[in-house]
Each structure stands twice: as C-alpha cells, then as structure tokens.
Design a protein around this ligand. Structure first.
Ligand code: GCW
Length: 685
C-alpha cells in the first residue's frame, strides 16, 4: 500500500512472467530439523517465506530434506550434507562469523545458503531476497560475502517520553509515557529493516540521558529492556544503552561519580552484573560525557581515559564494550574570543590520550570536526590514535541537511569521507581502512550513526530518506559499494524495476546533496541555520552565540581562518600533504574554502568565479534545481502507487518553496554586507 511502511521489504509481486518462472522452482525451503530451533534461523525462515510468498504469489513449503529439487537450502557448514556438498573445498574457511555463501548447486539446481553461524544464514537470506526483489538472474550464483566492518551500529536519540532528539519522523517507536512500549511488533519490523541492510548493533536511548532514562539500567526497567533485546537478538542485533555518567549520584545514592573512587567502581560493577543477568549478550554502554553540559570525569579532575576505563572494567567480565563519544568542546565559548576553535576540540582533547584506553573501549568520532554539516572536512582525529579503537559516527537523521523535509541522499557524502586519504601511515591511509580496523590493526572498529526513524507510517517522514537508512547499513557492510548501486537496489526494492523509472529516481537522489549544498551555507562555512531547531536559514543565528560556530562575515570578507600561519592552527591537526593542501589558499578546495580561510568577497576561486559571485550563482541555481526536482517527480505520477507518489510530491513542493527562502536570505545578507552587485543582475532584496 501507499504508506511506505514496508519500505524496501515490500516484496511486491514480480511483474514479469519470465522472471517468475525462473524463480518459481525455488519456492521450497529446506532446513534441517535441528537448526529450526534457533531464533535467528526462525527469523530467517519467516522472512524467506514472507518474501517468496509476496513475490511469487504462493507460500513456499518448508522441508527438512531436499528430495524434490530444486529448493533454497539453508544450513550451517559441517552440519548439513546438502550445504557441504554444494560448496567448493576450502570455501567455508573463508567465511567469517557473520558471512555467508550463496551458491547454485549444478547437480541439484538448488540454491544453497551456507554460513558458520545462524546470523550468516539470516544475512544470506536477505541477500537472496534482495536479488529476487531487484530482478536479478539467479542461475549459477556463486557469492561469498563477509562484512567489511565489525560494528555496524545505529544510535537512537529516543527519549522515554516518546520524543526524539533531532527526530523528523514522528515519535519514538520504543517509548511512550515514560515507559518502554508494548508494541513490540513495530520494533520487530525495525529490526528486520536494520538486519536486511546489515546493521548488527543498536543503542536504544538518547546519548543525552535524562532522569528516567538514567534508570534503564535498574531492575525496574531491565525486564522491559530485555524484551527489546530479545527481538533484536533474533535479527543478529546487539543491544546497547546510553548511560548517564552521573548515575552513581543520581540513582545510586553515592555522593560522587569520581571514576577513581572505589565505591563508584563497585557501583558500576553491580550495575553490569544486573544488566548481564537480564541480557546475557548485552552489547555495552554508549557514553556522552563532558559534552554539551552532560556530566563526566572532568568534574573530578579526571580525564576521558580514566572515565571510560572505569566503565570498561565493569563490563569486561562479560565482554561488554564502552563506546565513548568524542564530541567534546567548549559550548560556553565567548564569540569575541577568536583563538578558541571548536573544530580543534576533539583532537586536542583525545589525541594526547592515545594508548591509555582499555581494550574494550571504542572512541566514537563524528565524521567532521564540527557537527554533521552539509560540507565539512574529515575529522583529523580519525586515525590519529593508532593505539586506540575508533568508530566513525555519521548522522542519518537529517538535522542539518533538510530535516527530512528536503531530499538529501547522504551516501555520496559518507563515501567522500570514507575515501578520504588521511596520510596518517603514508598514502592509502583512507578513512575506510581506519574504521574497518585494518590500518592500525584495531581490536574493535566500525560504523555508528544516528538513526532517522520514528513512528511515522513510512518510518522516515520523507519517503526518500529511507534510502539513507538503507544506504548506511549497506555502506557499513561494504564501503566499496557505489552510491549509485546502493540507491538502485533501494529503488528497485521500493518501487519496482522498470528501468526508466529507476533511472529517474536514481538521478534525483544523486543530484540531491549537491542541490541542498548549493542553496544553503556556502563553501564549507556551515551553520547559518535557525538556532535550536536548526531548520531553515538564519545567517547570523549563531554568530554571536556561545556555540563556536561562526562565519565571521563582515563588509570585506567571510570565512574562518584556521591556518597555522595566521589563524587557529586547526590545519596542523592534519598529516603531511593534507596540512599543505588546507593551509594554502592556492590548494584549498573551493568547497571547503571558507572552512579554512577568511577571504575577501572578491577572492577568485579555482572555478574562476569570485566568492561573492559563487554565492549568488549557487543560490540562484540551487533554488532553481530544487524546483526542478519537484517537476521531475511530478512526471512519475502514474508510474507508482499514488500514495507513495503523493507523499514525496508534497515534500518536494515544500522544499522548492523553502529553497527560495534560503536563496533570498543568503544572497540578501551578503549583498547588503558587501554591496557588490550580481553580475547577472538577478533580483536580490
Ligand atoms: O548535533 C548536535 C545536536 C544535539 C546532539 C549533539 C550530540 C544528542 O544538535 O541535539 O545531542 O549534536 O551529538 O551529542
């Protein structure tokens, strides 16, 4: 139906009779009896039944032996003759814990899905369903997949009152009225969506841990948390909780939360014991400490390593991990102070602590040094701590990229970050090799990202924002996938596979980030959004505030001087060639110019345009192209379910209008500041 609830798991009937005929013989599932007791295998079978029935129009039989070939046979290596017989010598040893093989057995014609664990089978089933629902040829399959990244996590910023910090798709599906929801079906469907894209971990409450959420680690809430963990477990997803660093004070009856205080350490050890009694495979704690007014070890004169290690010690006996966020900066800055640079903060705080964190601590570093802007350089902290585990943090929820009212397909942005060469160990030290753990041989590594879902019928508010959730998971599984390939999979699964339709939606998604960037803050300078809610333009909204996000526009020029020569020295946090590239005006890329340099409006970009003319041009073009998105979508009206079409049409209409507001505010602001006219004489107010 047209509400988008099924997202990319709609398993629509396959329209082509040729394809249906090719697939129909596989409408039989073989699984050995002993395996059926495993909850993950049960989830895999249920999904396969649902998928095959949806696509082929009849429910598949589930058999315990494969007398009637062909079939789809599922099994663990070494425990199923059908599976072992179908895969080649030596193949099974190449498959890791979460990996799988999908292979068409030439003799029997069966498609076998083999793995070393049940979660591998689940991922293999989702892969096969993806092949079928994107209309792939399934003759002669020979696939071996292992996830590239170990931790593939989403962070919910959900509060127990049902609100979601930076949520743009309704209320929480996890909580209502200060309780964990009893609507576990919706959570199960979320788990299906996550697992189908490759996600294997979730933290279920906001990193800003408020009063009631602080108690999620207590016996009062743990039984309900455990019920949620049960659901995710069946989909191979580990549950984490965000914890309040001041818990010993707030709920423990202690007078301190000093990490070196024995009573505090003991208190956390008891918490860990309670949590693991309720959830034996609990993932661990996610911590935002000494950040944006949250409590942390600084209160007691301790550093982040001391703070994190104390929690790590409590979780260690259970193999739990501490994920410690590096989003630490002075949020009480005086805007008059030109020396303090928020971009420097994470590196300045954490880099000196390299090697001091326990093995089961992971630092979670935002992709950029400021805060999920449409354009930022890569955080120089990523990879700069070779002796410390790190995961990268992305923001799927579109806080600064249109709040799911504007379309902004973020996979291309994430890929640019992942492909960035840090030069930390010489050429080829790309971010993706840091976060997959290979560059520094890290014990733990991977991806985390802030989720973009809520209880809106279509999960993400903007239907096209589903592509970001799907794409994030796929990229976390394999960062080598292209943005186009990921988008195409999502489109085919969500809208069907007619090639001109796929192509039209694909181009729309691929254009969207550039368009959003064009009509919002220019040349990497960031912000210019309305304070607090961060939606819409307010050029000086943060200019005289304490948040450290300034653009320093005056009558002569604009931008932040972060050079070593004359500025804050942020550029020195980059290694080798990257330092040189950013330090010099001659080599700094145009799209980051104002992030690194303060320049006159008449400064000529590599593109040949002056800064001011670039601002005018991109803002006029950006708004025009936003209107074109609306018109391009309108042409697809009779090509898909009416409900789905209408939802997107409404959002694109709003975007086109709102882009004009951005255009006019920004152009007018700069025109009034500098008095330089637009070369093309377009209307500026
Ligand atoms: O982007 C900022 C958001 C805050 C958020 C913070 C963080 C959860 O505006 O809402 O708080 O980042 O990442 O901790």
């Amino acid at each position: 139906t047209g509400d988008g609830y099924q997202a990319w798991l709609g398993y629509r009937r396959i329209p082509s009779s040729d394809l249906r005929e090719q697939y129909l013989p596989y409408n039989r599932i073989m699984i050995e009896e002993h395996a059926e007791r495993d909850v993950i295998i049960q989830a895999a079978i249920a999904e396969l039944i649902r998928g095959l029935e949806g696509m082929l129009g009849q429910a598949p039989a589930v058999l315990s032996s494969c007398e009637q070939s062909p079939c789809v046979a599922l099994g663990i290596f070494g425990s199923s003759a059908v599976i072992d017989g179908a895969i080649q010598e030596g193949t099974s040893s190449k498959v890791c814990e979460e990996g799988y093989v999908i292979r068409t057995d030439n003799l029997t014609g069966c498609i076998v899905i083999g793995a070393v664990s049940s979660v591998g089978i689940l991922y293999g089933v989702f892969h096969l369903l993806r092949l079928l629902s994107t209309g792939a040829d399934v003759d002669g399959l020979d696939i071996l997949e292992n996830p590239v990244n170990q931790l593939r996590m989403v962070n919910q910023w959900d509060n127990i009152d049902g609100s979601i910090e930076r949520g743009y798709a309704g209320k929480s599906i996890f909580y209502a009225d200060n309780k964990i929801t009893s609507d576990l079906e919706r959570i199960r469907d979320y788990a299906r969506l996550l697992a189908s894209s490759g996600i294997n971990a979730i933290s279920m409450n906001n990193v800003n841990v408020h009063k009631y959420e602080t108690m999620l680690i207590t016996p009062e809430y743990l039984p309900d948390v455990a019920r949620v963990a049960d659901i995710f477990r069946a989909y191979g997803i580990k549950l984490f909780l965000s914890v309040n660093y001041a818990s010993p004070l707030e709920i423990g009856g202690l007078t301190t939360a000093d990490p070196l205080e024995p009573t505090v350490r003991e208190w956390w050890r008891n918490v860990a014991s309670d949590v693991y009694a309720a959830i034996p495979d609990f993932g661990g704690f996610l911590v935002k400490a000494d950040s944006e007014n949250r409590p942390g070890p600084f209160t007691y004169g301790r550093n982040h390593a001391e703070g994190a290690n104390m929690l790590a010690e409590a979780l260690e006996p259970y193999s739990g991990i501490v994920i410690w966020r590096c989003f630490v900066y002075n949020c009480k800055q005086d805007w008059r102070d030109r020396k303090t640079d928020r971009a420097r903060a994470a590196y300045d705080h954490f880099k000196p602590l390299d090697g001091q964190f326990k093995e089961n601590v992971i630092l979670q570093v935002k992709n950029g040094p400021i805060d999920f802007q449409v354009r930022e350089p890569v955080s120089p902290l990523i990879g700069a701590m070779p002796a410390t585990n790190q995961v990268i943090e992305f923001q799927i929820t579109q806080e600064y990229t249109g709040q799911q009212r504007h379309v902004c397909y973020l996979v291309p942005q994430w890929k640019e970050v992942l492909d960035f060469d840090t030069h930390i160990k010489g050429e080829g030290s790309t971010v993706k090799r840091i976060v997959d753990g290979s560059l520094h041989g890290s014990r733990y590594s991977g991806f985390a990202a802030v989720s973009n879902i809520g209880d809106d019928a279509n999960w993400t508010g903007h239907l096209l924002a589903q592509a970001n959730l799907y794409g994030y998971g796929r990229l976390a599984w394999n960062p080598e996938l292209s943005s186009e390939q990921i988008a195409e999979e999502w489109i085919r699964m969500s809208f069907g596979g007619e090639s001109d339709l796929v192509d039209a939606i694909l181009r729309l998604l691929m254009d969207s980030w550039g368009i959003y960037e064009a009509y919002t803050a220019p040349l990497g300078v960031g912000f210019m959004v309305s304070p607090n809610h961060h939606y819409g333009p307010d050029v000086e909204g943060y200019e005289y505030s304490m948040w450290g996000t300034y653009h320093f526009a005056d009558w002569q020029g604009v931008g932040v001087d972060r050079t070593q020569a004359t500025g804050t020295g942020y550029t020195t946090q980059y290694t080798g060639a990257n330092f040189d590239v950013y330090e010099s005006l001659d080599t700094c890329p145009d799209n980051l110019l104002l992030f690194f340099h303060h320049v006159p409006y008449t400064h000529v970009l590599h593109s040949g345009k002056t800064v001011i003319q670039h601002i005018y041009d991109t803002h006029f073009e950006g708004a025009e192209r936003a209107a074109e998105l609306r018109d391009r979508w309108a042409k697809l009206a009779d090509r898909m379910d009416e409900g789905l079409h209408q939802q997107v049409a409404d959002r694109l209409a709003e975007q086109a209008e709102h882009a004009k507001e951005w255009r006019d505010r920004i152009n007018t602001y700069f025109y009034r500041r500098c008095g330089i006219a637009d070369e093309q004489g377009r209307e500026i107010y």
